[in-house]
Design a protein around this ligand. Structure first.
Ligand code: DQA
Length: 148
């Protein structure tokens, strides 16, 4: 099982940026924890971060079909990028949108996600554990699609 984890604009600044919302951990630290968890589940994970909307869309178009699922934190693109939404909509693998912060408890402009409606679901508000929960859910969906 292979899962792609994509992070959007400014998430490379985790650890320095707005710690009250995003926590102390750097993206590298989060990715290390995820890689460790993935290993225990025997999932291969690959990480990609870009500050550029176009580069993220290129990555999805070129690579996503080589993976079984996608976890994406689109950063601020969440709130306005119809281009990213269209790119996500055209994927044939399950996608979970994640956010470190609870976007519904913040400024008005953050309360809308234009990308979540084309994802299988969204997890927000649990810091790095939003990603970890997404990994658990995808593992469960892919190994036991009917439940149990
Ligand atoms: C974020 C929430 C977005 O509103 C913000 O622009 C980010 C991070 C989150 O993980 O909480 O960059 O996606």
């Amino acid at each position: 099982m292979k899962i792609l984890v994509v992070n959007g604009p400014n998430l490379n600044l985790l650890g320095k940026r707005k710690k009250e919302f995003y926590g102390q951990m750097t993206l590298e630290e989060i990715n290390k924890l995820l890689a460790k968890k993935a290993e225990t589940l025997q999932i291969e994970v690959e990480f990609f971060q870009s500050n550029s909307e176009g580069k993220i869309i290129d990555e999805l178009q070129q690579k996503a079909d080589k993976f079984d699922a996608l976890i994406i934190n689109p950063g601020a693109l969440t709130h306005y990028s119809y281009a990213l939404r269209d790119a996500l909509e055209s994927l044939s693998i399950p996608v979970i949108e994640v956010h470190l912060s609870n976007i519904f408890a913040r400024e008005d402009f953050r309360r809308q996600s234009v990308t979540a409606p084309v994802c299988a679901g969204m997890i927000a508000g649990f810091g790095w554990k939003s990603y970890s929960a997404a990994l658990d859910i995808l593992y469960s969906l892919l190994t036991q699609p009917e439940g149990e």
